[in-house]
Ligand binder design. Structure first.
Ligand code: NAP
Length: 235
């Protein structure tokens, strides 16, 4: 069976590695829908997938700001019309702007919640309303959602909500045969991590490909037996 995967935040980091992990394997995932804002790194990925496509897979991309709820709704409407079904959804895109409580701009808090929580919710809701039957939803939260960290109020709060939202999705969607897995990565060498910990040496921590391997495992035969409320992935 030919499967369709939708990955948000596919332009770099964990999302990009996850995309490549599925794309360069001779597996049943043949249709790729990739979402991120327009950027050089996203365009480079799209060019690479077009130049080097050993299994003749299909790629569709959308340049989209996931903080724009109306745009998210209209893009998902288009996807619902264009595709028969989305089998695998990777809610990966994430935003953070670390500040002390006194310094937080409310608009940044809103943006964090829009990208990290409301967009994944809206994607799932709009697709369910269109009759989509997911096989697997992977929601990327964070260990920062399990324990609050100083200076990370908005990010930690959004990820704690993502962990809880995933539990509800798991409970509600199991009757459709949908598996919902929340992953909470620890420190992983990406741009987002650089924003959170600018002085850290990225070679000493987990790499995005390691998280991508765990996501790919969840889609495999082995992954069917992984039943977790919140899977922690860390070095
Ligand atoms: N790295 C870590 O240590 C770590 C730990 C725990 C959890 N996580 C989570 O892992 C996920 C992936 O992050 P990453 O570490 O791989 O960071 P990253 O390399 O900075 O990637 C973040 C991705 O999210 C997308 N994104 C951000 N804001 C967006 C917006 N407004 N609209 C559309 N796309 C947007 C980015 O695309 P653009 O090109 O549009 O910016 C990019 O593709 C996030 O949910 C993050 O919170 C990361």
């Amino acid at each position: 069976m030919s499967k369709t995967i939708l990955i948000t935040g596919a332009s770099k980091g964990i999302g990009l590695e996850t995309c490549k992990r599925f794309f360069y394997e001779d597996n049943s995932v043949t249709n790729f829908i990739l979402l991120a804002r327009e950027s050089d790194s996203f365009k480079e990925l799209l060019q690479e997938l077009s130049d080097n496509n050993p299994f003749n897979k299909n790629v569709k991309h959308y340049f989209i700001d996931l903080a724009d709820r109306e745009l998210v709704q209209s893009v998902i409407n288009n996807i619902n019309v264009e595709y028969n079904n989305i089998d695998i959804l990777i809610n990966n895109a994430g935003f953070t702007k670390p500040e002390s409580i006194q310094q937080i701009e409310f608009s940044d808090f809103e943006r964090t919640m829009e990208v990290n929580l409301y967009a994944p919710f809206t994607i799932v809701q709009k697709m369910l309303q269109a009759g989509n039957k997911f096989e697997l939803i992977v929601n990327i939260a964070s260990t920062a959602g399990m324990n609050g960290r100083s200076g990370w109020l908005t990010y930690s709060a959004s990820k704690a909500a993502m962990i809880n939202m995933s539990e509800v999705m798991k409970a509600e969607l199991s009757i459709y045969g949908t598996r919902v897995v929340c992953i909470s990565p620890g420190r992983c060498a990406t741009d987002l991590r650089k924003t959170l910990a600018p002085d850290e040496d990225p070679t000493t921590i987990m790499q995005p490909s390691h998280v991508a391997n765990v996501i790919a495992m969840l889609e495999s035969d082995v992954g069917r037996f992984v039943d977790s409320q919140n899977l922690v992935v860390r070095l």
